[in-house]
Design a protein around this ligand. Structure first.
Ligand SMILES: [Zn+2]
Length: 340
């Protein structure tokens, strides 16, 4: 059996990278040139506005020119987003089975590495709940488009900045697709993993990313029976604790790339910490070091570090001192996981 560190990295690096590459392919297929089309539209409208009214900051002094510009922008938004929601939905539906299989393959590689023997990946189908969720993406794109079109009425636009804001709203469809795809793919991968875990009669072990949020980090190293849920509302941050419902597996939130893998206590190696223990310790270390993504607030990380020190971090003195210094300063200066 490979060492705990190597096992953790297999999932956090190799497997997660493969899932991200899979997500990127689907997102590219679903969105095509939409993002670039919006960039071009912004450029075109600023030129048109400047030509009509003098500068982007100038008020729209001529109502008929304004009407003409807005009509053209509305038409462009309709054209750019034409069929995009449906295409995204279709692309997602077509890729879910592959995503489940990716999870199944990664699960069987995991079993080999962890000492669980050789097991061929089990072919399985995405759940009904997951298949139904793909319908949300088309609705999300339409909602963005409609909101943008409503904001582009002459009565609501005085300056070019309002046009830019509305185009930004429409462009948000791309982010929305990205969020939906990421969520669905990770859900599917975990479904594939769970099928494999069930087949070998193991339990579910939660693996979080090294820069996971304070909520996901609280699940790291958590083990439950394959048919049981993980408890909702765990968090290193006392202010976020107790929110959320029980769940069978990650993702815990959009863009969460945590996953479950098989675990049996009999795989533990005598004399060394078990893998779940190692993962829990790694999570505490991440909290003490402030390792996190920019999307998370510094305040949440500081609250989490403060609470960890208060309740006993069980980490080397130097790491605890590092955390205490950050808590006193009220911020972590550098939050990225060291690559070396
Ligand atoms: Zn997560």
């Amino acid at each position: 059996m490979a060492g705990n560190e190597r096992l953790a990295r297999l999932v956090q690096d190799d497997h997660t990278d493969a899932v991200e590459a899979f997500e990127d392919r689907i997102i590219a297929q679903a969105t095509g040139s939409v993002d670039a089309d919006f960039t071009a539209l912004v450029r075109r409208t600023v030129v048109a506005w400047t030509r009509a009214f003098g500068s982007p900051d100038a008020e729209a002094a001529n109502p008929s020119l304004l009407r003409r510009i807005l009509k053209a922008v509305r038409a462009a938004i309709r054209r750019i987003l034409q069929g995009v929601g449906i295409r995204a939905q279709q692309t997602m539906e077509d890729s879910l089975t592959d995503a489940v299989m990716l999870g199944a393959r990664q699960g069987s590689e995991w079993l080999r590495q962890v000492g669980g023997g050789r097991h061929d990946p089990l072919p399985s189908r995405p759940s009904r709940g997951l298949r139904n969720a793909t319908a949300r993406v088309a609705a999300a794109v339409d909602e963005r488009r409609d909101r943008a079109l409503a904001a582009l009425r002459p009565a609501r636009v005085r300056r070019w900045s309002a046009v830019a804001t509305a185009i930004g709203t429409a462009r948000g469809a791309v982010a929305s697709i990205r969020t939906n795809v990421t969520w669905a793919v990770n859900q599917a991968v975990n479904e594939g993993l769970i099928a494999g875990i069930r087949a070998v009669g193991a339990r579910k072990l939660w693996i979080a990313e090294r820069d996971a949020c304070v909520n996901c980090a609280a699940y790291a190293g958590h083990v439950v029976d394959v048919g049981d849920d993980f408890p909702g509302g765990l968090s290193f941050d006392p202010a976020q604790r107790g929110r959320g419902v029980d769940l069978p597996a990650p993702p815990l939130h959009p863009h969460c790339r945590c996953r479950v893998v098989a675990w049996k206590d009999s795989w533990a190696v005598e004399g060394v910490p078990t893998l779940p223990e190692t993962l829990r310790r790694e999570a505490r270390r991440s909290v003490a070091r402030g390792w996190s993504l920019p999307s998370e607030t510094n305040a949440a990380r500081i609250r989490a570090a403060h609470e960890l020190l208060r309740t006993g971090a069980g980490l080397p003195k130097s790491v605890e001192e590092f955390a205490a210094t950050a808590v006193r300063a009220g911020r972590f200066a550098n939050r990225s996981v060291p690559t070396a």
